[in-house]
Design a protein around this ligand. Structure first.
Ligand SMILES: Cc1ncc(C[n+]2csc(CCOP(=O)(O)OP(=O)(O)O)c2C)c(N)n1
Ligand SMILES: [Mg+2]
Length: 305
């Protein structure tokens, strides 16, 4: 109990109102032409965005065909493991990763292949060739790299893309050459050299783990922010609320001192596809109407929602 924060009964019991400010929703309406004209993006930026979206879609199309037909492009394969796909959510994944650096961490859900690939491609874009080569060579003694470099002649960044896709695919297929030796699989894949922290089979599991990672970054003065990519239905989960409350604690602003003053570097990114497993969130299983409303009650900044 901080003695410096005296709670004055008279003031606390004064009549008043709790006020909320409007939360903007669906404000982004620009076209590709407008973005180019405003010079917010170059043609190459936009091509990269589209490229990364297509890579994600094709990767998951491959998984879907393997699951449903036992083959992809004439190669037969049987994958008895899970694969929760995110067709239609590619833009959300690429947009999430677009401005991030390698120092920024992402955590995912049971449906996070897209975010994994988007963050991986973004990191490959940012890292220089030497560091990419070193990362691939040193990863598990180069077992993953050995497979992808066989017969490949091309730039290091292209090799790194093959490494990313193969490492994730092998992981989903429970192979030893996967990023986590096949022990994590679709829902627990990670590759920390690119700032990709684990996906999570526990719905909302990343909603509090990411807050812990943000606290780690803060108290150790590490650069970067942490993103929790979680589904709309996870907003009903207790751990997510614990994470939200922890991230918004007043003490960060009121009691922490010097360069430690201020909130945690965390972004709660709700991948809102309007459904959970047992129903639709809006109008049925939740009362929030719009997910961004949840931030409104958490602190006076409304979690910057
Ligand atoms: C704690 C927990 N409860 C229930 C489940 C079963 N489950 C798997 S996915 C899912 C729905 C998740 O919905 P949402 O968070 O909106 O993600 P989406 O599937 O829409 O991407 C549920 C309930 C689980 N994995 N973990
Ligand atoms: Mg959902």
């Amino acid at each position: 109990m901080p003695k410096s924060q005296y709670i004055e009964p008279k003031k606390m019991r004064q009549a008043g109102e709790v006020k909320f400010t409007p939360i903007p929703v669906n404000q982004y309406k620009k076209t590709v032409k407008q973005e180019l004209a405003a010079k917010n993006f170059t043609k190459d930026d936009l091509k990269r965005i589209y490229h990364d979206m297509v890579v994600i879609r094709e990767f998951e199309t491959m998984l879907n065909l393997v699951k449903t037909t036992g083959a992809y492009n004439g190669v037969e394969y049987n994958n008895p493991g899970p694969a929760h796909l995110s067709a239609g959510q590619e833009a959300a994944a690429v947009g999430m990763a677009y401005m991030l650096t390698v120092d920024d961490f992402i955590f995912g859900s049971h449906r996070s292949h897209g975010e994994f690939i988007a963050k991986g491609l973004r990191s490959i874009e940012l890292l220089d060739e030497k560091r990419l080569e070193k990362t691939m060579e040193e990863f598990f003694g180069g077992v993953t790299l050995d497979v992808v470099k066989k017969g490949f002649k091309g730039p290091v960044k292209e090799l790194a893309k093959r490494f990313l896709i193969y490492g994730l695919m092998s992981e989903i297929f429970a192979r030893e050459t996967g990023f986590n030796k096949g022990l994590g699989g679709s829902m627990h894949a990670f590759f920390t050299p690119f700032g990709i922290y684990p996906n999570n089979a526990i719905v909302g599991g990343s909603g509090d783990i990411a807050v812990g990672a943000a606290l780690y970054k803060k108290v150790n003065r590490k650069p970067g922010v942490v993103v929790a990519n979680i589904g709309d239905a996870s907003m009903a989960c207790g751990p997510v609320w614990e994470g939200l409350m922890f991230a918004a604690m007043d003490q960060f602003n009121q009691l922490w001192e010097g360069d430690m003053k201020g909130g945690l570097p965390v972004i709660i990114n709700i991948m809102n596809n309007q459904y959970g497993m047992g129903g639709q969130t809006r109008g049925e299983t939740m009362g929030y109407d719009v997910a961004a409303r949840i931030g409104a009650g958490v602190n006076p900044e409304q979690m910057h929602a």
